[in-house]
Ligand binder design. Structure first.
Ligand code: SF4
Length: 376
């Protein structure tokens, strides 16, 4: 591999030989002008793991409420109780949101001042009873931590009971960026700090609950803070091993306007590629089309991403912050994102069990016996 920036050559030697990247390598990935060189290395890693496969899931986002006791500076979604625009779904409403054919329900919401832990437990139990075939991915580590702060339910007890009610996995939100400086400047000190966020994911992993991890980037963070965030996630994965997917979240410039403009696609591509290279123990890195836009998500499939998330149906949090993408993409549009990149769409469930491989080159869906075997 030839690079325009010779500083990438020793990084490539490590990538090629399977040697773990150091913090200085991570900084180089973010600082170099050779974006395509970074992307080629990440694509090499992705292809070695997954060939041409790119995953998607037929899923449904449910956001039970936007009422939240906190006031994170970057958040355009939260409202105070009684404020215009505040809403609270009933459990019956939320059961009705789950259509036939949905494989994963993704549930995250505000830190409600009054809903007790039992409300969330009932919610999971009710959705599970009404739709036992649907895998429920619910509640960030920040929400689980809030349930302890508000109701003194220890995370281990909360997660054990939620799992018994039907919880299968957890999303990766609430991590923001692991930085005390940013927690102060962006007013998220009321949330689980990095130690607590990682502790809760470790507890979930020990209970057999797989989880995701996120990073909110493209605001006032530094490159070093991004690298340190990724290294902390890698360290936690070494310890507890239950992370499935890293989901980089580009900050959406909405009314809160923490910065004047959305970070450019080149920054998102670089971030996805750097994550693929640094997070050598994460199975998957996602190109979340909602925050990237469909075109950038498609290009990101050449920069190390192997997943585009899913159909969502009713994404609220990023759209209230101004995301311009449609609130839920039909399966055919997800196919287009993946096929425009020359990749093979693979429908998965919440835990990455393969449901169907859609190999256009085979002219149709690949028969079940070939599932999971498509290579570049
Ligand atoms: S980011 Fe989450 S915790 Fe913070 S104000 Fe918004 S809904 Fe509340």
């Amino acid at each position: 591999m030839n690079f325009n920036d010779r500083r990438l050559e020793p990084v490539w030697e490590k990538v090629r030989s399977g040697e773990r990247l150091a913090r200085a390598d991570g900084l180089t990935l973010f600082e170099t002008d050779d974006l395509l060189g970074v992307g080629r290395m990440a694509d090499h890693v992705k292809a070695a793991r997954e060939g041409d496969r790119v995953y998607f899931v037929i899923n449904r986002h449910i956001t039970p409420t936007n009422v939240c006791v906190l006031s994170c500076r970057f958040c355009d979604f939260a409202r105070k109780k009684g404020q215009a625009g505040a809403y609270e779904h009933t459990i019956e409403d939320m059961i009705r949101m789950v259509r036939d054919g949905v494989r994963e329900v993704h549930i995250v919401g505000g830190h409600h001042p009054e809903w007790p832990f039992e409300y969330y437990e009932r919610l999971i139990g009710a959705i599970h009873a009404a739709h036992p075939e649907v895998q429920i991915k619910a509640f960030t580590a920040a929400e689980i931590d809030y349930l302890w702060r508000r109701w003194k339910i220890e995370p281990k007890e909360a997660l054990t009971r939620l799992k018994a009610a039907g919880l299968r996995s957890m999303p990766g939100g609430g991590a923001e960026i692991f930085s005390a400086r940013l927690a102060r400047d962006l007013r998220y000190t009321g949330k689980a700090d990095p130690d607590r966020w990682c502790e809760i994911h470790g507890i979930a992993h020990a209970l057999g609950i797989r989880t995701n991890a996120t990073m909110l980037y493209g605001h006032i963070e530094t490159v070093a803070e991004r690298v340190d965030h990724l290294l902390r996630l890698r360290e936690q994965q070494d310890l507890s091993g239950g992370f499935l997917t890293f989901v980089p979240l580009a900050y959406q410039v909405g009314p809160a306007k923490v910065v004047a403009r959305q970070t450019p696609p080149t920054d998102s591509l670089r971030t996805i590629a750097a994550a693929r290279l640094i997070l050598d123990n994460f199975p998957h890195v996602e190109a979340y089309w909602v925050v990237l836009g469909e075109d950038t998500a498609s290009i990101a499939l050449h920069f190390g991403a192997d997943d585009v998330n899913g159909t969502l149906e009713d994404e609220r949090i990023q759209h209230m912050a101004g995301a311009q993408t449609p609130a839920g993409l039909a399966r055919e549009q997800l196919f287009r994102i993946i096929r425009d990149a020359g990749k093979v769409p693979v429908e998965r469930d919440a835990l990455y069990n393969v449901v169907q491989v859609w190999d256009e080159r085979a002219g149709a869906a690949v028969p079940p016996e070939r599932r999971g075997t498509v290579q570049a």
